[in-house]
Design a protein around this ligand. Structure first.
Ligand code: NAD
Length: 487
């Protein structure tokens, strides 16, 4: 097998196995080949991982933020040195083309480790509050053991986006990758140890939707940060709330991208393609409802079709390939089913719509697909598809499109393309979304906060905001005189 790790889990600085756990088969989505066999965590593995994290956290929290940050920075350097190897592993794990993974996956993980390694000393400062004679000060204290649960679309990035701010703030982390993509996080655990992270502070346990609750409900877990779907988010946030645990929820979306008739059309098409086809459309913040002002509809669609049909789909390890398969057969079937619904409900299939015939039938490929004449009530305009399916809807006026863009339970992201900057700011101001882009789409550098509103979740990843979600404030009141009481 191409990518078999030494063992399924990484606990207390080393690989650990427990073959009593359910078998997790890791399948390369481009060919259907089994590339690794792992085991889901048993209750004994969960205990071991949480206990080791708890034991390690106390001393870690006593270290200076600069000393903690230095270790993360070292890990970021190792990730960059091994970018090729890590990118190939990410491609095997997810099926995403090497053209993408080499620029977007380990590198964005490394960015996160580098950024949080550097900002921690300042971000963890407290305040001094004058109170007349008395005074108070605040401290940012860690939460304890944080549980990270990952989705399968960006396994290495998600792992680092959670681990870096959590660790630098003085917490320990137990990370459970998606059962579909279990490999990348194990390598990151190895790298963190190599960079000098004390053992136990970052433990990886494998498992699925049955393993997750064992971890979420563990009394020694202080916070859960989940990247996943809205239904999973409801379950996890509900369980955590019952035990007063902190949560960050990075969930799904059905985001609007609005293109006004004064927009640079080539640039808007680039945004629409990036925001629908990158990672085969498996991106939470994708602008899957592309609203086109009617005056430019025909021109936009003609050029979009031409550019979409030039996309190279195939072997993800070939650097010329733009688009790989979906993560697994179940996701491929789900996406094909949505395409059939789009056709049945009367949308116009502009291009794509099926499985390409030049690729392995064992692979999980779906052609980049564009539907035009989509209306708000259609299933494909309402539900998250999580595949390379773009829905193009028409609109007349600004007020109309804002109302329609917001008519969704989701609120993760949104975008606007226009040459009129006053309008751009006016429109994004009214979009109900956590992150919005003007004249670009889906750029999420570590410096900017990322997260959703409405059903798309709460809490923010990246930026200084993330540090605040992995720490809490302790207030110290200092009495400078005798303590006075009325009795
Ligand atoms: P999913 O919800 O099926 O699974 C996510 C993770 O939760 C997996 O690790 C899974 O094993 C675990 N899980 C499932 N049930 C659980 C439970 N009851 N308790 C604890 N853990 C449980 O999501 P997915 O299919 O892996 O990923 C796709 C979804 O993730 C999409 O909806 C996408 O929009 C969303 N996503 C969001 C972001 C974001 O930052 N907002 C990023 C990427 C993906």
């Amino acid at each position: 097998m191409k990518a078999q790790p030494k063992a399924s889990h990484f606990i207390d600085g080393d690989y650990v196995e427990d073959t009593a756990g359910t078998v997790i088969e890791c399948v390369y989505p481009a060919t259907g080949e089994v590339i690794a066999r792992l085991h889901a965590a048993t209750p004994a593995i969960v205990e071991k991982a949480v206990a080791s994290a708890k034991a390690a956290q106390t001393e870690w929290a006593k270290m200076s933020p600069t000393a903690r940050g230095r270790i993360l920075y070292k890990a970021s350097q190792i990730m960059r040195e091994r970018n090729r190897e890590l990118s190939e592993l990410e491609t095997l794990d997810t099926g995403k083309p090497i053209q993408e993974t080499i620029v977007a996956d380990p590198t964005s993980g490394a960015d996160s480790l580098e950024f949080f390694g550097g900002v921690a000393p300042a971000a963890l400062n407290g305040e001094q509050i004058p109170l007349g004679g008395d005074w108070a000060y605040t401290k940012r204290i860690p939460l304890g053991v944080v549980l990270g649960i990952g989705a399968w679309n960006y396994p290495q990035q998600i792992c680092c986006w959670k681990a870096a701010p959590a660790l630098v703030a003085g917490n320990a982390m137990v990370f459970k990758p998606s059962e579909n993509t279990p490999l990348g996080a194990l390598k990151i655990a190895e790298i963190l140890i190599e960079a000098g992270l004390p053992k136990g502070l970052f433990n990886v346990v494998q498992g699925d939707r049955d393993t997750g609750p064992l971890l979420v409900n563990h009394p020694d877990i202080a916070k859960v940060t989940l990247t996943g779907s809205v239904p999973t988010g409801r379950k996890v946030a509900g369980a955590a709330a019952g035990q007063m645990k902190h949560v960050t929820m990075e969930l799904g979306g059905k985001s609007p991208m609005i293109v006004f008739d004064d927009a640079d059309i080539e640039s808007a098409i680039s945004g629409a393609m990036l925001g629908n086809f990158y990672s085969s459309g498996q991106i939470c913040s994708n602008g899957t409802r592309v609203f086109i002002q009617k005056g430019i509809k025909d021109k936009f669609l003609a050029r979009l079709k031409e550019r979409t049909e030039a996309i190279i789909m195939g072997d993800p390890m070939d650097e010329a390939t733009h688009l790989g398969p979906l993560v697994n057969k179940a996701q491929q079937e789900k996406v094909l089913c949505y395409i059939e619904k789009g056709k049945a409900e009367g949308a116009t299939l502009l291009t794509g719509g099926g499985i390409p015939n030049h690729v392995s039938s064992e692979g999980c490929f779906v052609q980049p697909t564009v539907f035009a004449d989509v209306t708000d009530g259609m299933t494909i305009a309402r539900e998250e598809i999580f595949g390379p399916v773009m829905c193009v809807l028409d609109f007349d006026s600004e007020d109309e499109v804002i109302a329609r863009a917001n008519a969704t339970e989701f609120g993760l992201a949104g975008g606007v393309f226009t040459a009129d900057m006053t309008r751009a700011h006016r429109v994004v101001d009214q979009l109900e979304a956590g992150t919005v882009w003007i004249n670009t789409y889906n750029l999420c550098p570590v410096e900017i906060p990322f997260g959703g509103v409405k059903q798309s979740g709460f809490g923010r990843e990246n930026s200084l905001a993330a540090i605040h979600h992995f720490s809490e404030i302790k207030t110290v009141y200092v009495g400078m005189g005798p303590c006075e009481a009325p009795y």
